[in-house]
Design a protein around this ligand. Sequence first.
Ligand SMILES: [Zn+2]
Length: 333
Amino acid sequence: MEPLGPDLKALPKAHLHLHLTGGMRPTTLVELAAEQGRKLPAGLLDPASVDLDATQLRGWHKFQRLYDAARTVLVGPAEVQRVVHEIVEDQAAAGVGWLELQVDPSSYAGRLGGLHATVEIVLDALRNDLGVGTGLVLAGNRTRHPSEAETLARLARRFDGVVGLGLSNDETRGDTRDFEKAFRLARDGGLIAVPHAGELRGAGSVQLAVERLGAQRLGHGVRAVEDPALLELLADLEVCCEVNPVSNVALHVHKSVADNPWRELRAAGVPVAVGADDPLLFRADLLANYAALGAGDHELADLARCSIRASTAPADVRASMLAGVDAWLARPG
Ligand SMILES: [Zn+2]
């Protein structure tokens, strides 16, 4: 059988679920750690050797510790710029025409000169001539005080390249309702609401994210399938689920990619955009996530269209990417 790789690369798509540190190349992590004389935890060098059962508190903490350890190598602007440049290069190589990178600036502000400077540095590094259009999502942390997310929402409104407000970290902690004000501020400022929900918690969490936060896309959202009425709501409102199949298996949300409900979501009319989440930890880039689904050409084209339509890319970029999907589907052979 022909490998799926080359065909998937040629399929134009938007990548809407990728975190900054989690998008770092493993080789860059090792190189930066060596330069800085840091010893990396074994789980970062060989993530397959650790069990990251995020459905248990211990497993989530293990994941978080690895993530934090990876972030320690991003000691200043030069390192962050390098990682963002490499992320963009990797997206270009994977046929991504539009990238929305997710960053919690609070995690970097101490070493990059504050929140404002952090956003400037990342936005600057995202600019490229590789044909990858970009937007930045500022992610609030649901385990911290909601006023911090409100600060990020206000900050986000001040930058042209910031397109949305997210909400991440341990979904089992924090009360989604407490973040209503932050998301209202973001939406009033023309940003989209893209909180994580429906990963470690079920349909109720998704419902809150939609009703209280006005979520226009959901980070994961896969557990929405637990409630048929909720699926109908997501379909009616065209709320897109950013589905990260390999991440869900690594963190024990699903036993295998075969359990991922993307087909069920699509059958219910819910848009699905495939993402990689944290390829550094899950060792699967965007193409590997697409490939893992075992989807046929028409399904792949449908997923690519969903990602493009759910993105914040300007109308002309979307139109040309959608035309590219049609051309991909009509390709000879
Ligand atoms: Zn995520």
